[in-house]
Design a protein around this ligand. Structure first.
Ligand code: AMP
Length: 395
């Protein structure tokens, strides 16, 4: 795996695909700078080598050229974060961009206009990619969030750089973290899968059964398993047409000697409401009219024990309806157990949509080993898919 550490960028122009798809408010101010900050180490290494950086990104989903999606709105924020005045170019390809890049000196940074002002970007158009390739000597991909897309700037452009292409620090760290869980992690390896539906996680479950020793299943998807095993789940969320599949997964796990841990107790509510009445009951004896909205204390004790004995941990999906304060306790307790295991030396990776939101909301970000920056890209990696943006660099 070639990373920017394998290159000296002195007098080189690096064309860097970053993910600056950041949220903006009504007055076009950046409201969350995480993604810009995440790209900083890569850009700084290149500048410190004596190279220059040409930054390209998409912002939102514009239909053609739409002012509100212009990357010029974020230019000052990028300059502040990098500590370098960034030059903005109003077109991401063509003669103006080429002229600006030709006169670039070491230590300078250019930000190109939104790639998606051209439909050729998402189409993965060859000619468009070739035009982009004229804007750098080395191609660096540091955008994990779009690595699962075969777009011009994320994948197709790489073919014009032969061996002059590599991963940025952020993307390298993402790949390394996923590999630690799926391939090279120290055992025991434990995956916690939560969230609402079995159907959206099925490919992940099937893929990770080969890598893990323990599988903790929580959140809404646990009820499909419990019902399939003959339990009474009241009004809890359930995918009836996935019951067979749930039993098959349990069988496969057994064959592969993976220990599956389903919750044994839950906090049941008489309505899908934060203020609903609640009772703690066995997960397979939920009364009619009640639904499980969070995991119960006995289950959490067991999960804690499994996690503290684990050396590698993957967490995807909340254990309950964490958006409601009264049903967030299980997800918070799980976060605490993972933090404790990490403190004791385990490697922990949190990835994919809602668990990342939960980790940020409850302040676990600095207490786990790594929080992935890519939702869809992370899920596809866990499903065992090879991401086009990654193949483009390694092949
Ligand atoms: P996903 O997008 O599949 O990862 O699912 C995340 C969603 O699952 C969150 O919005 C949670 O509120 C929801 N969820 C977790 N546990 C439950 C549950 N017991 N009942 C209903 N929804 C749940």
């Amino acid at each position: 795996m070639k990373t920017i550490e394998d290159f000296n960028f002195e007098n080189k122009k690096a064309l860097i695909r970053v993910d600056f798809n950041v949220p903006l408010n009504d007055t076009y101010e950046v409201t969350d700078t995480t993604r810009i900050e995440a790209a900083k180490p890569t850009i700084i290494k290149i500048l410190e080598d004596g190279g220059s950086a040409v930054l390209m990104s998409h912002l939102g989903r514009p239909k053609g050229k739409q002012e509100e999606y212009s990357l010029k709105h974020i230019m000052n924020k990028v300059s502040d974060i990098l500590g370098v005045q960034v030059t903005f170019v109003q077109d991401c390809v063509g003669s103006t961009a080429e002229e600006v890049v030709t006169s670039l000196k070491g230590g300078e940074v250019v930000l190109l206009e939104n790639l998606r002002f051209y439909k050729e970007e998402t189409e993965g158009n060859q000619e468009f990619a070739e035009k982009l390739s004229k804007l750098g000597d080395v191609y660096v991909n540091d955008a994990f969030g779009t690595a699962h897309r075969a777009h011009a700037s994320t994948t197709v452009v790489a073919q014009f750089f032969k061996d002059q292409k590599c991963f940025g620090k952020l993307l390298a760290k993402e790949i390394e973290s996923i590999n630690k869980v799926l391939k090279s992690g120290e055992h025991p390896v434990t995956a916690i899968l939560g969230g609402s539906k079995v159907s959206s996680k099925i490919t992940i479950i099937e893929n990770i059964l080969d890598a893990v020793d323990h599988l903790i299943i929580g959140g809404g998807m646990a009820y499909t398993f419990i019902k399939a095993k003959g339990g009474q789940i009241g009004n809890s969320i359930c995918e009836d047409d996935k019951q067979e599949l749930a039993l098959e997964i349990l069988k496969k796990a057994k064959q592969k000697q993976v220990e599956v841990h389903l919750p044994v107790d839950v906090i049941a509510a008489d309505a899908f409401d934060n203020e609903a009445n609640t009772q703690t009951v066995a997960i397979d004896q939920i009364p009619d009219g009640w639904e499980g909205l969070d995991v119960g204390p006995k289950s959490l004790e067991k999960f804690h024990e499994v996690l503290l004995a684990s050396k590698t941990i993957l967490w995807n999906g909340p254990l309950g309806v964490f958006e409601m304060e009264n049903f967030a306790k299980g997800t918070i307790a799980l976060g605490n157990s993972i933090a404790e295991a990490t403190e004791a030396g385990a490697f922990s990776l949190v990835g994919g949509g809602d668990s990342v939101a939960a980790v940020k909301q409850f302040g676990f970000e600095d207490k786990v080993s790594y929080v992935s920056t890519g939702g869809g890209a992370m899920l596809e990696s866990l499903e065992g898919k090879t991401l086009p943006g990654i193949v483009a660099i390694t092949s």
